[in-house]
Design a protein around this ligand. Sequence first.
Ligand code: FEO
Length: 398
Amino acid sequence: MANTKNALKDVVWVGADDRRLELFENIYPLPKGVSYNSYLILDGKTALMDTADASVADLFFENIDAALNGRPLNYVVVQHMEPDHSATLMDLIRRYPDVTVVCNAKTEGMIHQFFHEDLVFKCQIVKEGDTLPLGQHILQFTMAPMVHWPEVMMTYDQTAKILFSADAFGSFGTLDGALFADEVDFKGDYLMEARRYYANIVGKYGAPVQAVLKKAAGLDIQMICPLHGFVWRKDLSFLLDKYQHWSTYQPEEKAVVVAYASMYGHTAKAAETIAETLVKKGCPVCVYDLSKTDRSVVLSEVFRVSHLVLAATTHDGELFEPMEYLLREMKSHGVQGRKVALIENGSWASVAAKKMQELLETMKDMQVVSPVISIKSALAPSQETELTELANALVQEN
Ligand code: FEO
């Protein structure tokens, strides 16, 4: 049975939820699943906004057939060639051979990179500002390179004032029977997944996201239809404000994330001790064991907060790998402008603080808060004063 939902009377969601995929892009865990959104505009002409992942192909095509209800499919607009949105494109063309593929020149090249097929199809190349009238709806195309691949474009429906935003403004998490963000407790139940999606998928591309936000500011947008997660028709300023923070790497909150990489619990104990001290001083704190919590979660928390405490042991003469991995992820995703306290541990020849510092120096505007604390095997009772001093320094910076 088909499972379609109306964003508007003549704009129909024909996507699907996926709760079976373990890892998005085969790396990011999906505890709450993910949705692949595709939208069908039923006007004088019909236009499908992107396709969907191969894993949901059966339901996706059933949804399109049901929504078309016997009408032909005139256009498929390809905004992004990542396979979670384009894997079913050739199947779609085989099912609707008269369809015209609407895309930009870069996308056309990628279609042939992904599909080495002799299938002949109609293609209409568009560029910045071009329009496609469907009847009442007029689609206007705007390029959004590197949000999140170079060929990405977005589409503004001038009539319905909808921004079809490709990956931008999306989220991990399935829709669970809803379609709109205002139908669920988004801030309570989904914001963390939206932030995790942003930080890990788009986080590296702050400047291109800023360029898109500037373009969006010139449009009258009443609805945002992303390729993952909920459709936004209310409180758009909340979402835009989050994107403003994330894309400029500004923290959302004055708060502390304590992340530790500990082998036998001694480094963890130091992390717990400073967390306790910070909480007593009124700081909001979250503590993460990097050997346990997925790095995609911790990275998204780094995007959220202003201050970090990084505690790590030395392993084989190097920084213990879970911390090294986090720091490399922070660098590759553009994290900058955080205040960072460091705690290292080592039973002999400790190098963890030095290595953490070196990695922080490869990022922009990361400020190490003194004193750096060095533990030999286990926190000595006399070092609790040092931890209090470090907590005080963090609170003063807060
Ligand atoms: Fe949801 Fe960049 O693909």
